[in-house]
Design a protein around this ligand. Structure first.
Ligand code: HEC
Ligand code: HEC
Ligand code: HEC
Ligand code: HEC
Length: 503
């Protein structure tokens, strides 16, 4: 047999075994039946306290609880100081950490400087929508007060209601135990993208439960008049999927709506902030194409005696490569880790170029305004910056895209770098036109320098946040325990620190 034939033979064997494995993963009818005949956790409404589910599902609960081991805080502004320049004028310039696990989702949302330091339930800055992907108390609350009411007002309004971190009822129905889409906005988003709900295969549900939160969304804002004639702001979580999942399609969606998240403090460009489009990018990759679901890699099956169940310790699949990748692939652990590392390095290289180009473009645009540039001269440039930064952010904000969809991630990053350079060439001409030749953007090589350029007063924000945590947050917790919404021991073992308090 010649070499080609051997290779072909090998790959046929590999594909056949993948199909067999995929079938065995898809065909877990037994487990599903057990779940279907499972005890009713709550007859009506949503049981948001995961500890209440633990009684019946100790294995799933114990593995879910293990996500509390993800204690490390990774300060991204320290790792990549360019970020503070890119986000000048927006909360992310003050505080941005790499994601932690589901156990910490709620706490990290309270801790981040981005959600501010409200002094009462009606003070800002964040809208209630900021709770939406942090807790099973959100579907509970929507079930009780309705979607419109949930989206009305400021974040602090529901501080004592939204108290359990991402848990069972985010993905499971409290009565039947089945996988459920607990977030109405995912359904609306999918409908706008043409998906029919009577025909969602189970394997897709194993990704869609994740897509409820690991997706791109924005807050659609409208003013409403209440019964007493008062004005109220309603911010509804909305998925911008009507033109498709591609970075450029969503960019076009926002452009046509004239939507911006904020005006950049240095360049004055009308900016977009990507959330975490894990799901959208994943759909462009080979694993999605071959029907491998999020849960296949992030929630592998574990055998414990005669019982087989899904690990709910959602984290890095490479930590349990034996039960994830090597279920379907035949390389050694080392080879496989090296493949993933190489993908990460390639992304980092293009990402760094795009970020540096964009940060310089913002600073050069700032200099151009100072030199007297006109709106007409700047319009085109600001559009390039908006689009370039959007494509950079959309490609990497999901953290896993370098692996889930490597080609699409690199394609978007290349586009982002190119737009940044186009803006900079145009800026050189505008600057020269106003007598500024050879301008060099100032140094942004450390978090401190970059935050100073962005106008962040970190110490003030930290002091306000600490006061908020010592007062309002304590009251929220106390009230939630008294009203039976939060179990007193639910936060045991929690590492409640933040990067800013370690500095
Ligand atoms: C982020 C979503 C998510 C969360 C949170 C979650 N689950 Fe699951 N769960 C899943 C998925 C996906 C499956 C696989 C279901 C399938 O393929 O039928 C699953 C399966 C199960 C099963 C079926 C048996 C098995 O292990 O495959 C049980 C029981 C279960 N989960 C209980 C729980 C409990 C209890 C909690 C809270 C401690 C919880 N789940 C939290 C997504 C989630
Ligand atoms: C209710 C919203 C929600 C759902 C549903 C959800 N996630 Fe998450 N997930 C989050 C949030 C929020 C974070 C970031 C938490 C933080 O940084 O504190 C996160 C973090 C993660 C991380 C990073 C973990 C780490 O230790 O770094 C992974 C991986 C992940 N999710 C995968 C999944 C998968 C796979 C599913 C579906 C089975 C899923 N998530 C469903 C909200 C959700
Ligand atoms: C349920 C089965 C399954 C699991 C689990 C799985 N894969 Fe795959 N993988 C596939 C299939 C199917 C393909 C596509 C093969 C083809 O069509 O050529 C693929 C392709 C790949 C490729 C080549 C394409 C590319 O993007 O470069 C790599 C690398 C890869 N997988 C890595 C991994 C890693 C790492 C893990 C674990 C985190 C993993 N896979 C988990 C089934 C799986
Ligand atoms: C084929 C396996 C595979 C599939 C399918 C998959 N992932 Fe991943 N995911 C990985 C790997 C591998 C990483 C990179 C882990 C690392 O090295 O940091 C990752 C990273 C992530 C991260 C970043 C974690 C962090 O802390 O930086 C998130 C979030 C995530 N995945 C969510 C999802 C979601 C949501 C889906 C489905 C839409 C999904 N993944 C589908 C294998 C997979």
């Amino acid at each position: 047999m010649d070499t080609t034939r051997v290779l072909l033979g090998c790959s046929i064997v590999a594909i056949a075994s993948m199909i067999l494995l995929a079938n065995s993963i898809n065909g877990k009818e037994e487990e599903r039946k057990t779940l279907n005949t499972s005890p009713v956790i709550k007859e009506q409404g949503v049981e948001a306290r995961s500890e209440e589910w633990a009684r019946y599902y100790p294995r799933q609960y114990e593995t879910w609880k293990k996500t509390s081991e993800s204690v490390k805080i990774d300060d991204m502004l320290k790792n990549k100081p360019q970020l503070a320049v890119l986000w000048a004028g927006y909360g992310f310039a003050s505080d941005y950490n790499a994601p932690r696990s589901h156990f910490y989702a709620l706490q990290d949302n309270i801790n981040t400087l981005r959600t501010g330091a409200p002094v009462s339930p009606t003070t800002g800055p964040s809208p209630t929508a900021c709770w939406s992907c942090k807790s099973p108390d959100v579907p509970r609350l929507i079930g009780r007060v309705g979607e419109k009411e949930y989206f009305t007002g400021k974040w602090a309004r529901f501080g004592s209601e939204v108290v359990n971190s991402v848990g069972c009822a985010d993905c499971h129905d409290s009565r039947t135990g089945n996988l459920v889409l607990s977030r109405p906005w995912l359904k609306k988003g999918l409908e706008s993208a043409g998906v029919r709900f009577d025909r969602i295969p189970h394997q897709q549900m194993r990704s869609l439960v994740c897509a409820q939160c690991h997706s791109e969304y924005y807050f659609q804002k409208r003013e409403e008049t209440d019964a007493n004639g008062g004005k109220q702001v309603v911010n509804t979580v909305t998925f911008p999927w009507a033109n498709g999942f591609k970075g450029e399609s969503i960019e076009e969606y926002y452009d046509l709506k004239g939507f911006s998240d904020w005006i950049h403090a240095i360049s004055k460009a009308p900016m977009l902030k990507a959330q975490h489009p894990d799901y959208e990018l994943y759909t462009t990759g080979i694993h999605s194409r071959r029907d491998v679901a999020c849960a296949d890699c992030h929630m592998p099956y574990i055998q414990q005696g005669s019982v087989k169940f899904s690990s709910h310790h959602v984290g890095n699949p490479l930590d349990d490569i034996e039960n994830t990748c090597l279920n379907c692939h035949q390389e050694t652990e080392e080879e496989f880790k090296a493949i993933v590392r190489l993908k990460l390095e390639r992304k980092e290289e293009l990402m760094e170029m795009a970020m540096n180009g964009l940060a310089k473009a913002h600073l050069e645009a700032g200099r151009a305004w100072e030199a007297g540039a006109t709106e007409a001269e700047m319009q085109d440039i600001l559009q390039d910056i908006r689009h370039g930064q959007w494509r950079w952010d959309y490609s990497i904000a999901s953290h896993g895209s370098f692996f889930h969809a490597p080609e699409e991630t690199l394609r978007l990053l290349a586009g982002a770098g190119d737009l940044a350079q186009q803006a900079r060439i145009k800026l050189a001409a505008v600057l020269a036109g106003h007598g500024v030749i050879g301008y060099q953007a100032p140094d942004f090589s450390t978090k401190e320098k970059a935050q100073a350029l962005a106008g962040v007063d970190l110490q003030k924000e930290i002091a306000e946040k600490q006061r908020f945590k010592a007062t309002l947050v304590r009251q929220w917790e106390k009230e939630a325990v008294e009203k039976g919404r939060l179990n007193p021991d639910a936060r045991a073992g929690m590492n409640d620190s933040s990067s800013y308090s370690n500095n």
